[in-house]
Design a protein around this ligand. Structure first.
Ligand SMILES: [Zn+2]
Length: 341
């Protein structure tokens, strides 16, 4: 695994609505092998391999990250903000941020009103200005604010970073697609970095409508259960493998094939149960075209939607290998109808 490239993916800003830098990195880092790129009008990009193959497999991960957005100015020169995605307000106490503007990044620190239940209205950004006029000149209305944290390696092959959700997935699908080519996969592979998942799911819908894949593999992150206060849907540990979703949305036959692939390779997998919606691009893509058969294979992480999400290099490694071999098995011979036997 190219750890430097992984680090680059995680350090690149990509708030919902300004995913351009990460989309650019996806294109630059795949140029040597990609046959084509398909852009949708929302901003998502699909890296295309085996372009002429009639059977099309979409691999999807979302490129966007949660953030704040500037929605006003206080008379003292601080910036007012609202939430852009599933932000956890209390995590902004005492943190550094960067604001994306056309002229470059602007540094800031967060101020939080000291009370029990903190809401977005209680947050403000201090960029060092003394008046709203001065602040307005430097940071235009609608600018995006992200946490200023850097990638960090931890013990036991773990690492931490801002918004591994789901830029780590974007890295995994690109690496899996490249490995599948080396394994002589025959299916058309469309490795799609979608935009807007965290607030509208719009990129997944558009890209799937354009490409019309025969099936879709969604790679997102999910909650691990190995920390106090976790909201996980199963017994899930980071470092113990990718997580297969069990539930009504996923295609039973594809899920079984994914599971068999991991077992044949002797690589670990874990399970989670989401009976209905999965809160991923899977919920959107599943409704596109004629009902795109979907599987969801997730990267377990700790501290979801925080500036210090934690994951394991081991999981990233094993998931790439499983996905690549899974891709190499896929062809039009597979009956994707869940109830036709
Ligand atoms: Zn996500």
């Amino acid at each position: 695994m190219d750890r430097e490239l992984l680090k680059k993916f995680i350090e690149t800003p990509s708030p919902v609505g300004r995913e351009d830098e990460l989309i650019k990195l996806v294109v630059e880092s795949t140029k040597s092998l990609a046959e084509d790129y398909i852009y949708d009008n929302q901003g998502s990009v699909s890296v295309v391999y085996n372009k002429k193959a009639p059977f099309k497999v979409m691999l999807m991960a979302h490129a966007d990250e949660i953030s704040l957005v500037v929605n006003g100015y206080n008379p003292n020169g601080t910036l007012k903000v609202s939430k852009n995605g599933g932000v956890r307000e209390k995590l902004y106490n005492g943190v550094k941020v960067k604001i994306i503007t056309e002229k470059g990044y602007v540094n800031g620190v967060m101020g939080v009103v000291d009370k029990d239940k903190i809401e977005a209205d209680d947050l403000f950004v201090d960029i060092g200005c003394f008046s709203s006029e001065e602040a307005k000149d430097i940071v235009p209305l609608g600018s995006y604010v992200i946490h200023d944290t850097s990638f960090m390696e931890l013990q036991n092959n773990l690492f931490s970073g801002r918004a591994l959700d789901d830029r780590l997935g974007v890295f995994v699908i690109q690496e899996a697609a490249k490995m599948a080519l080396r394994l002589k996969a025959k299916a058309g592979i469309y490795a799609t970095s979608s935009v807007g998942e965290e607030n509208t799911g719009r990129g997944a819908y558009s890209s799937s409508s354009i490409i019309k894949p025969d099936l879709a593999i969604i790679v997102d992150v999910t909650y691990s259960s190995d920390y106090i206060g976790n909201p996980a849907k199963g017994d899930i540990n980071i470092g113990k493998g990718g997580v297969i979703c069990l539930g009504s949305l996923v295609n039973r036959k594809l899920n079984k094939l994914l599971e068999e692939t991991a077992k044949e390779l002797g690589l670990p997998i874990q399970y989670e149960v989401w009976p209905g919606r999965t809160s991923t691009d899977g919920d959107t893509i599943n409704r596109t075209n004629d009902g795109t058969p979907t599987v969801l294979f997730s990267i377990p992480i700790r501290y979801m939607h925080s500036p210090v999400e934690v994951a394991s290099f081991n999981d990233v490694d094993t998931m790439i290998v499983i996905l690549a071999h899974f891709l190499a098995k896929l062809s039009s011979d597979i009956d994707l109808h869940p109830y036709r036997f």
